[in-house]
Design a protein around this ligand. Structure first.
Ligand SMILES: [Zn+2]
Ligand SMILES: [Zn+2]
Length: 140
């Protein structure tokens, strides 16, 4: 998602939760911040490993679950794979069942926000269908 929160602001929010920003954590958050593809664990691991060859998959998992627990990263399982997204601005998602692409959509301003159950910091809706590209491919 194109962010209006700067990466530095995001990092200071993480620090506010008393989470130490190790070089691995910084690299993971920066990869997620700059990615719009909702990477899987393996995509995150491959990117980090190319810059920090000693990184283990276990360390990636451990930090992802920490970020998730603290509300910085959203994990969603779709079509058998887990994807990760930074929880900065709320936005909706469109999932193409054909190419498995996940596209960010702006949250519709008339989405009813129901705060009966608590304060909402972040909200997302999933829309599932066939993307434009796949629709065009099918016509050929
Ligand atoms: Zn598609
Ligand atoms: Zn997203």
């Amino acid at each position: 998602m194109k962010q209006s929160t700067s990466f530095d602001d995001f990092i200071s929010k993480v620090k506010d939760k008393k989470i130490m920003i190790t070089s691995l954590r910084y690299a993971m958050l920066s990869f997620l911040y700059n990615s719009s593809s909702h990477p899987t664990v393996n995509a995150i691991f491959n990117d980090i490993k190319s810059k920090m060859p000693n990184t283990t998959l276990a360390a990636i998992y451990k930090n992802l679950s920490l970020f998730e627990r603290e509300g910085f990263v959203l994990e969603f399982a779709l079509l058998g794979e887990k994807h990760y997204d930074l929880m900065t601005e709320s936005h909706d998602h469109f999932l193409c069942v054909s190419c498995k692409k996940i596209i960010d959509l702006p949250t519709s301003p008339d989405t009813p926000v129901d705060e009966r159950f608590g304060v909402i910091n972040y909200s997302t809706a999933f829309h599932v269908g066939i993307c434009k590209e796949c629709q065009n491919k099918e016509k050929i």
